[in-house]
Design a protein around this ligand. Structure first.
Ligand SMILES: [Zn+2]
Length: 274
């Protein structure tokens, strides 16, 4: 399809769109906007694939988020995930990764944090292996604890190890990127892209890193229904707002909007084969 804009990460299959999802998808088709519906556990992954199967401009990922559903035992569902992977509309594995944002020291149980980090690493590792097995990129979710880069450092340690063994076969995107320049460099070194959300339209702390990352390594996303960009901040987000993220990336980089729009479409085609 000849897209005008492409939102590489949304949750349009989320229940918050049950009332008007069909209207939004129709309007996206009229405006030539596409998106990837991101799975966060087995239930959401099934919903994402089923919806993507119905519409040309929708794609899906399947995987388990590090903290969205802490009850799910990934290994018990591997065959179901593999079944979903038979769909041609599945373009990546994830969202998977490490999320240390809400980890809290428990003085009575100093092992608790270690155990939780280990749980997340085991699930992430299994999904990296799956991505290599089926030859698909990873949709990576990383969120460090406040004031640190810890989750990114741990993820990169794992990813760099796999990259050493598998080279270019390992591909992926660090979604909702909140890392610094040092972290960005390491993702670029392993051939990964980084995507930015509506947050860059109202928080200035990402400008330096957006300016640093070569445009070829950047994607725009909405993470709908969350993270609504200016000027619609405060309302529910949807993939049509990705244009505001693209415009902000162009503004920060001091590049022509049209050039950035076209390059980001190229990037989406290259990374996800859409
Ligand atoms: Zn997401």
């Amino acid at each position: 399809m000849n897209y005008s804009f492409f939102d590489i990460h949304s949750h349009l299959h989320d229940k918050s769109f049950d009332e008007d999802r069909d209207y939004i998808i129709d309007d996206m088709k009229n405006k030539n906007i596409g998106t990837i519906l991101v799975g966060s556990d087995i239930t959401e992954s099934k919903k994402a694939v089923a919806l993507a199967e119905l519409h040309d401009n929708l794609y899906a990922t399947v995987g388990l988020h590090p903290t969205d559903n802490m009850e799910e035992i990934f290994h018990e569902h591997i065959s179901e995930y593999k079944e979903l992977l038979k769909s041609k509309k599945v373009v990546a594995i994830g969202e998977c990764g490490l999320d240390y944002y809400r980890l809290q020291e428990d003085p009575g149980n100093p092992r608790a944090i270690l155990d939780e980090k280990l749980r997340q690493k085991i699930i992430f590792d299994a999904q990296i292996k799956l991505a290599l097995e089926v030859n698909k990129p990873l949709m990576v979710h990383g969120r460090p604890s406040k004031g640190k880069m810890d989750a990114y450092e741990d993820m990169l340690e794992l990813l760099e190890n796999y990259e050493e063994k598998h080279g270019e076969k390992l591909q992926g995107n660090a979604h909702f990127f909140v890392g610094n320049i040092e972290i960005a460099k390491r993702f670029i070194d392993i051939g990964f892209t980084m995507s930015f959300s509506g947050v860059i339209t109202f928080a200035s702390e990402y400008e330096e890193v957006v300016r640093f990352i070569p445009l070829e390594h950047i994607h725009a996303e909405t993470d709908s229904p969350y993270a609504t960009p200016v000027p619609n901040r405060g309302k529910r987000n949807d993939p049509r707002n990705v244009k505001d993220v693209v415009a902000k990336i162009a503004e920060i980089k001091g590049e022509a909007g049209e050039k950035v729009r076209e390059q980001l479409l190229k990037n989406a085609r290259r990374t996800f084969g859409i």
